[in-house]
Design a protein around this ligand. Structure first.
Ligand code: GLA
Length: 381
């Protein structure tokens, strides 16, 4: 019996279905998803699991093993909870109700090993697990893309972050050994083999999450929209930064607003960089791919300004290390992890060295994870 099944039987009667949904990394393509650009995420072998069965009395009961808290509400009276973890779950139920699906109540246990607040999208993993579970339980017949969109909307409305589609898409569509090249404008995607012979992807966790994260995220999104509006005044066919070139930015945005120009130019360059990075990955040019990653970090830190001193430190500590081909902050920013492309024989030495220096300079210890790329949301077992 799985651990989560045991927990479930301690709290609830009956047999549950169990769904697991992974966290994600992103090789390159940061802050591009909500600008209709490209992203290159992959699901990881750390996941959130939910065990769930149906009730017919209109009650929702949820127990979180990570928080050791029990939540209860009636379906008819779902409102934002002051237990933060609950909102990612009832936010999904709320979206389903708004679409007139009938949810008669459920019992649920949530568990998982995606580190929380590390920028590995534990929240998207929860949302995808829950929407997948309720889709099974109540036979809603939603397809994967509908579930992804619903999970994203739940995050917008219940968690208040105007996130793009990348995290949910990666969690739902993940495939072992592959990254997903997703075009966020057309939602066409392609599985790209993540062939890194002799190398591994290594995450360093700053173990900080600055408060600024969600307000700055929404602010960046608004700044990109202002840039688009400036260009669209001149060229009506422009709908998003995906339709904008560096030259258009120089012509129409730079004279009007330098800060908005910097933000938008980062995004336009990042889309081009992603295309180069995919080519480098396909051709096995790993040093070039690593260079793309360092360039992304510079852009995120200096132009998009979503990094922080801990992330910058972790990148600068590996920058001239021969064992590291590339490194960059990953995800929304202001904390969480850096992603490092490293020589697999040097990992132990590297983590000791970086860990020591990070502690010395910040007073914090950093954790690390060697990433394995796993499959997407599915029924467990
Ligand atoms: C967060 C959001 C994603 C994406 C990244 C930045 O993870 O949830 O949609 O915008 O930040 O690339």
């Amino acid at each position: 019996m799985l651990q989560i099944e045991k927990k479930f039987s301690e709290y609830f009667p009956g047999q549950p279905v169990i769904i697991t949904s992974p966290g994600r990394i992103n090789i390159i393509g940061e802050h591009t998803d909500y600008n209709n650009g490209y992203v290159l995420p992959a699901a990881i072998d750390k996941a959130i699991s939910v065990a769930v069965n149906k009730r017919d009395d209109g009650i929702i009961k949820i127990y979180s093993t990570q928080y050791n808290e029990l939540y209860e509400s009636s379906v008819a009276a779902l409102v934002k909870s002051n237990l933060n973890w609950v909102n990612y779950i009832i936010g999904v139920a709320d979206q389903l109700l708004k679409k007139d699906f009938v949810i008669t109540g459920f019992n649920m246990v949530v568990d998982g090993d995606v580190p929380l607040g590390a920028g590995l999208s534990s929240s998207a993993a929860v949302e995808c697990a829950v929407v997948f579970a309720l889709n099974e339980l109540f036979e809603l017949k939603l397809d994967k893309l509908e579930m992804v969109k619903l999970a994203q909307k739940a995050e917008h409305e219940f968690a208040g972050v105007m996130c793009g589609i990348m995290d949910m898409f990666a969690s739902m569509y993940g495939k072992a050994e592959y990254a997903i090249k997703l075009d966020c404008r057309s939602l066409e995607y392609e599985y790209v083999p993540l062939k890194l012979p002799g190398h591994k992807l290594l995450l360093f966790n700053t173990n900080v999450k600055h408060n600024l994260a969600s307000s700055a995220y929404n602010e960046r999104r608004a700044q990109c929209e202002s840039g688009v509006a400036l260009v669209a005044k001149q060229i009506a066919s422009v709908k998003s930064l995906r339709d904008v070139t560096a030259q258009m930015l120089e012509q129409y945005v730079l004279p009007a607003d330098e800060l908005i120009y910097k933000r938008c130019n980062y995004v336009v360059q990042e889309n081009l960089r992603l295309l180069q990075a995919c080519e480098n990955l396909n051709k096995g040019n790993l040093w070039e791919l690593g260079k793309n990653m360092f360039d992304t970090h510079r852009g995120l830190s200096e132009d998009y300004e979503v990094s922080c001193k801990e992330l910058d430190l972790l990148v600068s500590l590996v920058k001239n290390n021969k064992a590291v081909l590339g490194a960059r902050m990953m995800g929304g920013g202001f904390g969480g992890c850096t992603l490092n492309l490293v020589n697999e024989n040097e990992i132990e030495r590297l983590v000791n060295e970086v860990g020591e220096k990070y502690l010395l300079q910040t007073g914090l210890s950093c954790s690390y994870y060697v990433v394995a790329v796993g499959g997407g949301t599915s029924v467990a077992g």
